[in-house]
Design a protein around this ligand. Structure first.
Ligand code: FDP
Length: 343
């Protein structure tokens, strides 16, 4: 006998979900919907390579081409090219900017420009690739500020508050796409057997009771007094709380994703020792602002230790920022320690 389709089992593909969301906005033209599809497609293409990353050496050993005759590219370069090429000709974007490039990526003259701006970190946590540790893609979408024609640098330098949508794709034990268009945060897991992202986490909220804190404790001695005391607080050393457990992958998307689902805080503070990190390591436009947008949508907060990251007007594309992100009360506690001991 044929198994019957059970009425209460509803499979929601990412396409259906994005379309359903669009229906709440009668004024929507569908361009953002298409743009989100394009990003989901890029995620699938990148995921197909991340699962074979360990084979790159083997396939590339005889020269610069693999057995399919393709040149063997480093995975981060591949991810960058994939997102760029899937989006440069669609007429949906005015301009793009990638963490891999010093300058914004113009839409080629032969293609039309559109009303959106896409900023992306194609493969975050790429120092983890060789160790088979989860990595991710982060993206943020803005409306263009310029009127028409080619997009400008100013289109890319917008505060996170202006984000129309943001999200990430996590290439881990499964591939997940998590995004928000300002109406909650939703998570989809790629079912590799059908090649679709299916809704697995509806309306994600930081759990009230935090479980983990996440930070590279190896740098502790280079942090400000306030950040060190905040860390003592989290560990329960000053007696205010019983202390949280520690998890640190060293891959921002993975660390943020766990923080979002378990509750807690991730932080990457300024580092007084390393001249490259007086303002932290992470990039405001490609990493911190999109994740702060998601955090806010999930009831949490993203801060630079002093102010909401969404309020910061970037001065340059690759600007770095300290990042404190997670449960709102923990992030506000971090700010309070910094205000008390570092000012
Ligand atoms: P990576 O250098 O591997 O690309 O954004 C950069 C990033 O990884 C984040 O993904 C991660 O959170 C952080 O740097 C890790 O830095 P540390 O090695 O200094 O802890």
């Amino acid at each position: 006998m044929q198994p019957e389709l059970n009425d209460h089992i509803k499979i929601t593909t990412i396409e259906r979900h994005i379309l359903d969301e669009q229906r709440h906005h009668p004024e929507a033209t569908g361009v953002l919907t298409q743009l989100l599809y394009d990003i989901a497609l890029a995620g699938k293409v990148i995921a197909s390579k991340t699962t074979r990353a360990g084979l790159a050496e083997i396939l590339g050993r005889t020269g610069e081409t693999n057995v399919q005759g393709e040149s063997v590219q480093k995975l981060d370069r591949f991810a960058d090219l994939t997102i760029h090429r899937l989006n440069d000709h669609t007429g949906r974007l005015a301009i793009m900017a990638s963490e891999e490039h010093v300058k914004p990526l113009a839409i080629p003259d032969k293609y039309p420009t559109g009303k959106y701006v896409l900023l992306f970190d194609p493969l975050d946590g790429s120092s983890n690739i060789d160790f088979n540790i989860p990595i991710g893609t982060i993206f943020g979408i803005y409306h263009r500020l310029s009127e028409a024609g080619p997009g400008t640098l100013a289109d890319c330098l917008q505060p996170g508050r202006n984000l129309v949508a943001a999200g990430y794709i996590l290439y881990g034990s499964s591939t997940m796409l998590v995004y928000s268009t300002g109406e909650g945060v939703h998570g989809f897991t790629l079912d590799p057997t059908v090649g679709e992202f299916l809704l697995s986490h509806r309306k994600i909220h930081f759990p009230k009771k935090p479980v983990y804190f996440s930070v590279n404790l190896g740098y502790r001695r280079f942090w400000s007094n306030g950040v060190q005391r905040f860390t003592d607080f989290l560990q329960g050393l000053d007696g205010q709380i019983s202390g949280l457990s520690l998890r640190y992958v060293g891959s921002l998307v993975a660390d943020f994703h766990r923080t979002l689902l378990s509750g807690g805080i991730f932080y990457y503070p300024a580092d007084s020792q390393d001249p490259k990190k007086p303002h932290g390591k992470l990039r405001l436009t490609y990493e911190a602002a999109p994740l702060a947008f998601l955090a806010q949508q999930a009831g949490g907060l993203g801060s630079n230790g002093q102010e909401n990251l969404l309020d910061i007007q970037p001065d340059s594309l690759h600007q770095r920022t300290p990042l404190f992100i997670g449960n709102r009360d923990l992030v506000e506690t971090a700010e309070a320690f910094i205000t008390k001991y570092d000012r």
